[in-house]
Design a protein around this ligand. Sequence first.
Ligand SMILES: Cc1ncc(COP(=O)(O)O)c(C=O)c1O
Length: 450
Amino acid sequence: MNPVKSVAELDHAHVWHPFTQAHTAPAPLPIVRGAGAYLYDEQGKAYCDLISSWWVNLHGHAHPAIAEAIAAQARTLEHVLFAGFTHAPAAELAQALTAALPAPLERVFFSDNGSTATEIALKMSYQYWYNRSEKQRTLFLAFDGAYHGDTFGAMAAGRTSSFFNPFQPFLFETRTLPWPHTWIGDHDIETREAQALLTLDTVLQQDGHRIAALIVEPLIQGASGMRCVRPQFMRAVIERVRAMNILVIFDEVMTGFGRTGKMFACEHIGITPDLICLSKGLTGGFLPMAVTVATDAIYQAFLGEHFSSAFAHGHSYTANPLGCAAALASLHLFNEEGSLQKIAALEHVHRDALQKLAQHPRVNCPRVLGSIAAFNLDAAHAPYDASLGRQVQQHCLDAGLIVRPLGNTVYLLPPYCLTPEQLQDTYDTLTKILDRCLDSKGSTPVSTGF
Ligand SMILES: Cc1ncc(COP(=O)(O)O)c(C=O)c1O
C-alpha cells in the first residue's frame, strides 16, 4: 500500500501556485486553520497575518458570524443562475451596498474577483459610449504603476507594471499618466503633481474625444508598492477628465471596505465615480466575489428594445448566494464590531511606529493610510522579487509574522481585529528583524530566493 502523502508532497507534485517562480521559491507553507488575525501551521505554530491574506480578510479568519451565515445559506440555497432568476441574498446585498456607497452609484453587477470587476467596468464604459453612438471612444486613461488585475483588459490598463511583458502585443491602447507618489515628509510633491497634470492636459488636448474612461486606484496604488497620492491631486485629475465627458472608474478592489480609514477611498476625495469596482474585502475574505457598481445614467444607456444594447457579460457563479450571505454578514460586522474605530486605532499605531522606523538611514518614504502602512528599504524601485524584501519576508515568517514585500517595499495591512497592542508587538519584532537584515552602510544581503 502507498504511504499517505503529506499536503506538502501532494502540493509539490500537483499544484501550480500564483505569482510564484516555483523553480526558486521556498516550498509553500501548509496552513491548517485560522482564528482572528492568526493562521496556524501543521505544528500549531501561529503566524500573525499582517497582509490579510492578499488584502481580503477584514474581521479575522474563520469569523463565526460569517461562517454561520455561509452555513445557513448553504443549507437553504447554494446557487441558482442569475439570468432570469434572483434571490434574497443578492437583492439585499445590492441594497446594502448602494446604501453604503455615495449616490448616485445605484446598479450592482456581480462577478467573481477583482480582475473581473475591473474588466467589466472597462467593458461597460466602452459599451456605454458605443450604445450612445460615440464609437470613437476606444481609448482608456490609466496611471503609471497601476494594477487592475490579470485579465486582458485589466492587463492593458495595468500595462506599466512589469508583470505582463509577454502579453504586450495583445494589450489594447491606453494613455498612461504619471503617478505623483507621495509620503510623509515629502517636500517636492507640488512640483510632481503639476507635471502630472500638465501631461494629462496634453493627452486630453490630443485624444480627449477618443477616451472612454479613466481607471484609477483612488489614493493608493496597491500592487506597485502602496504608493499614495493626495486627494487634491485626484480631484484635479477628475475635474479635467470630466470636463471632456470621460467616465471615471474607481478601482477600489483593495481600498474598499475600510482599508483607507473610510468605508471607501472615494470618501476621502469627495468625488463619486461613474463606476466603482469592489472585491477582496467584500465577503470579509471568505469567498471569491466582486461587484461593479454603476450610476443609473450608465445603466439607462443599456436599456432598449433589442438584446444588442444589453451588457452581454456574465459568469456561471454570478451573485452566488453563499458569497452574498458572507458579504451581508461582513457588512453587519462593521457596525457590530466598530470596525472603522478599530482601523483608526491601528492607524495611530502605524504612524507612531513608522516615525521611529524611519529614523533608520535605509528606511525611506514612510506612508500610512487607514489600516495600511508602508515604507521602502533603500531605493523605491526594485524588482517584485528583490532579494532584500525576500530576506525580510523569510525572517518574519520564522518569527511568526506574515509579510510579503513588494520589491523593497515592506507594508503591513492587517485584519481589523488585530489589537493595537498586537500591532505594536509586531512592530517591535519587525524592528529587530530590520536591524538584523539592514546595516546602515547598505551592504547587500544574501538572497533567500523567492
Ligand atoms: C486595485 C486592484 N484591482 C484589481 C485587482 C485584481 O483582483 P483579483 O486578484 O481578485 O483578480 C487587485 C488585486 O490585487 C487590486 O489590488
